[in-house]
Design a protein. Structure first.
Length: 65
């Protein structure tokens, strides 16, 4: 758990460098009522050309009590 109740949604997804990702450098932080359903790095030719980092794609669900 991070300060303020925030958590990392990406875990240890490797996003840098985009050509051959070796390091989990990028993060997406969230907190309740969100719940991570799926997270992955976008491994496409276009994403590798667009940046030296791969994009993180996170699917969230809102938990309603």
């Amino acid at each position: 758990m991070q300060p303020g109740g925030f958590q990392s949604a990406a875990g240890n997804l490797r996003t840098f460098p985009a050509v051959m990702p070796l390091r989990p450098l990028d993060r997406v932080f969230y907190r309740v009522p969100l719940q991570v359903m799926k997270s992955f790095a976008g491994h496409t030719k276009v994403s590798r050309q667009a940046s030296d980092h791969l994009p993180l794609i996170i699917d969230f669900q809102i938990r309603i009590h």
